[in-house]
Design a protein around this ligand. Structure first.
Ligand code: IPM
Ligand code: MN
Length: 366
């Protein structure tokens, strides 16, 4: 029997609650499709840090590299100063495992309420490919004259051509796969006669960030010229915030840097029904990749059973796709969709069911 080694970092706050439901679903679907998920729990997170002063040792990174995938709940703690856990655990995982893609599908499921008036599931279905290793996230910067009235703070936006190129290439490849069976429905008749099957939009700020997004723009078109069937589009990040609300149907795929990707995917999550539904994958193609809900640890709701586990379940589904278990992934998606139809809302405490009831319902629907 095929078997995969999964590292589980349930994390803090409601992390363990949603991961428990995710694992319930993954366990059930793996026995149905005759493969095994061998899980191994790691304690890292804010609680662990407060108890032991340990964040994420390099030895753990070496160990994690041996796993087929990592399933993560959420990292964060109200008693730890902002930045310590983020940089010491979450970003360290992304950087040290070179998880250079942060894949965030934006899909509005049937019966999920979107705050955008007059838009439905046919309008909101695209993927955001967020670069995940560079940009303002590299932590390069400094204070000058700290604490004085003359103080200056610098934080550098840094990209190498290599980082940009592999990210952009991943996005073009992904859209080719995404639209292989059927061309993206947003294409015009003329686009189709030209042979396009999909469209990739670069989200940048070439009018102000004339170094970094100039590089992105050049690489986007250089690499894109190899993908004759994917149409290229460009939108400034500020205008992106308009279009994602006014006309989300114009997007098939969006590729962008780490910082803009962080921001626009929170906006995108709201359009797909909120943080209760948005999944993500931190991916290194061919390597140990990490799957986590976009939402955080919501400490104020811990232990109440009111958190929506759908984002965690959907992240588990992405993990199955990544492992090549497409049928099982599809089964999870279908089961999840059918349960979503029965839920009153995707929002905390308004679902009509508890966290674990939703996990149970998804298992039954498999
Ligand atoms: C996310 C989060 C992280 C990020 C934080 C917690 C460091 O907001 O995954 O989007 O900024 O990438
Ligand atoms: Mn974020």
């Amino acid at each position: 029997m095929k078997s995969y080694k999964i590292a589980v970092i349930a994390g803090d706050g409601i992390g363990p609650e949603v991961i428990r439901e995710g694992l319930k679903v993954l366990d059930a679907v793996s026995s149905k499709y005759h493969f095994k998920l061998e899980t191994h729990a790691f304690p890292f997170g804010g609680e662990h840090y407060l108890k032991t002063k340990e964040l994420l040792p390099d030895s753990a990174i070496q160990e994690l590299k041996k796993f087929d995938a990592i399933y993560l709940g959420g990292i964060g703690h109200p008693d730890v100063k902002p930045g310590i856990l983020e940089r010491g655990i979450l970003l360290k995982l992304r950087f040290d495992l070179d998880l250079y893609i942060n894949l965030r599908p934006v899909k509005l499921y049937e019966n999920v309420e979107t705050p955008i008036k007059n838009k439905g599931p046919q309008d909101i279905d695209y993927v955001v490919v967020r670069e995940n290793t560079g940009d303002l996230y590299t932590g390069v910067g400094e204070f000058k004259a700290k604490g004085t009235p003359q103080e200056v703070a610098v934080q550098s936006m840094i990209y190498s051509r290599h980082q940009v190129e592999r990210c952009v290439r991943y996005a073009f490849d992904l859209l080719q796969k995404r639209n292989a069976k059927e061309p993206w429905r947003g294409l015009t008749a003329e686009d189709r006669t030209q042979g396009y099957i999909g469209k990739l939009t670069l989200c940048g700020k070439t009018n102000v960030l004339t170094y970094v997004y100039d590089l992105w723009d050049r690489v986007f078109h250089e690499v894109g010229s190899e993908y004759k069937n994917i149409k290229r589009d460009y939108v400034h990040v500020d205008a992106m915030c308009i279009y994602m609300i006014e006309s989300p149907e114009r997007f098939d795929g969006i590729v962008t840097g780490n910082m803009f990707g962080d921001i626009i995917t929170d906006l995108a999550a709201v359009t797909q029904g909120g943080m209760g539904v948005a999944p993500s994958g931190n991916i290194h193609p061919g390597g140990a990749s990490m799957f986590e809900p976009v939402h955080g640890t919501a400490p104020q709701f811990t232990g109440q059973g009111v958190i929506n586990p759908v984002a965690a379940v959907a992240s588990g589904m992405m993990m199955l796709r990544h492992l090549g278990e497409e049928q099982a992934a599809q089964n999870v998606e279908d089961a999840m969709k059918s349960v979503i139809k029965k839920m009153k809302s995707m929002l905390v405490g308004k679902m009509g069911y508890s966290t674990s009831e939703i996990g149970d319902m998804i298992v039954r629907a498999l």
